[in-house]
Design a protein around this ligand. Structure first.
Ligand SMILES: C[S@@+](CC[C@H](N)C(=O)[O-])C[C@H]1O[C@@H](n2cnc3c(N)ncnc32)[C@H](O)[C@@H]1O
Length: 300
């Protein structure tokens, strides 16, 4: 059986959307905009994170790392993720049966927004976009981008996804985007259930994770002790089958899972998303009863 080829049909459309965030559309002085962003990037703005000491913490708590490539027309910022977020969104759209129009009128949550690459795109497509991150300075930057481009429907909040259900209304979000976050969690099942509780019945979760090419349902554990001197911030890295089960146990029906062309598989090294990534589209099943055995926090 031959594999269906990857399609990148929506990539040009997504680039067009990103291209709307350029100097011509700034609502603030362009010199001020550039200088202020560079103050963040060059760490001239001190933003206090949750921790008193940086010891044994995620490097993002200490240093500022720009996430997503962005050409503002008169200067460019290169991000650690490059343009991967664009290819990731396009994979969801082109291979999981979604279209850009599906977001029209919808309330959307972007979990782990970093420097807002995904949030900026979503805000052009949806009615309301909430972006959250556990790193304070990234939320500040997304709010700065939102104000600078006079985006009326993008709200960034400094919030862990574990708190999403308590801080927002329950049953609120029609769509949740959660790219590259789940393996950063000490407790992925609780995190997924908190997302579940924040979603409207029937809402769709577009989620992506680091994974590994094993058929069995296994999670590889890394943890902060993985590398000497540098704090590792990956915890449980699920195989596709384990990822599927996590989603199901959190209360989702898994509609699609895999690399886009092959179910329950990971991306290969020549993929624009990089290797060993797995994507899923999952629907909130109404009234799913969460198994409370061995639970770490109060959750429903
Ligand atoms: C690898 S980046 C992914 C960024 C973005 N979603 C993308 O795909 O372009 C992971 C982001 O998730 C955030 N994050 C990690 N754990 C989180 C949590 N518990 N709650 C909210 N954000 C979290 C990190 O601070 C970081 O900005």
């Amino acid at each position: 059986m031959t594999e269906e080829a990857l399609s990148f049909n929506s990539v040009s459309e997504l680039y067009k959307i990103v291209g709307g965030y350029k100097i011509n559309n700034l609502a603030v002085d362009s010199r001020y905009f550039r200088e202020h962003l560079l103050e963040y990037v060059n760490e001239e703005i001190a933003v206090s994170e949750k921790y008193i000491s940086s010891r044994n913490q995620n490097p993002h708590m200490v240093k500022f790392f720009w996430g997503h490539d962005h050409d503002f027309g008169y200067f460019k910022l290169s991000g650690l993720m490059g343009t991967r977020h664009i290819w990731l969104l396009s994979r969801m759209l082109d291979h999981f049966g979604l279209s850009l129009n599906d977001l029209a009128g919808k309330t959307v949550l972007d979990v782990g927004c970093w420097t807002g690459g995904v949030s900026l795109i979503l805000s052009k497509l949806a009615a309301e976009v909430y972006a959250i991150d556990e790193i304070h300075k990234y939320v500040d930057v997304v709010n700065f981008l939102s104000e600078s481009f006079d985006i009326k429907n993008l709200y960034a909040k400094w919030l862990s996804l574990y708190e999403v259900n308590t801080a927002f209304n329950r049953n609120k979000f029609d769509f949740v985007f959660c790219f590259g976050v789940i393996y950063h969690l000490t407790d992925p099942l609780v995190g997924l259930r908190r997302i579940y509780n924040s979603m409207a019945p029937g809402g769709l979760l577009c989620i992506e994770t680091m994974s590994h090419p094993m058929e069995e349902s296994v999670c590889i554990y890394e943890g902060p002790s993985i590398s000497e001197g540098i704090c590792g911030w990956n915890y449980f890295i699920p195989s596709p089958k384990a990822f599927q089960r996590l989603l199901q146990d959190a209360g989702f029906e898994v509609v699609h899972i895999g690399n886009g062309v092959k179910p329950l598989s990971v991306t290969s090294s020549n993929d624009p998303l990089g290797e060993n990534r797995c994507l899923a589209l999952a629907r909130k099943v109404s009234n799913h009863v969460f198994c409370r055995a061995g639970i770490s926090v109060d959750i429903d």
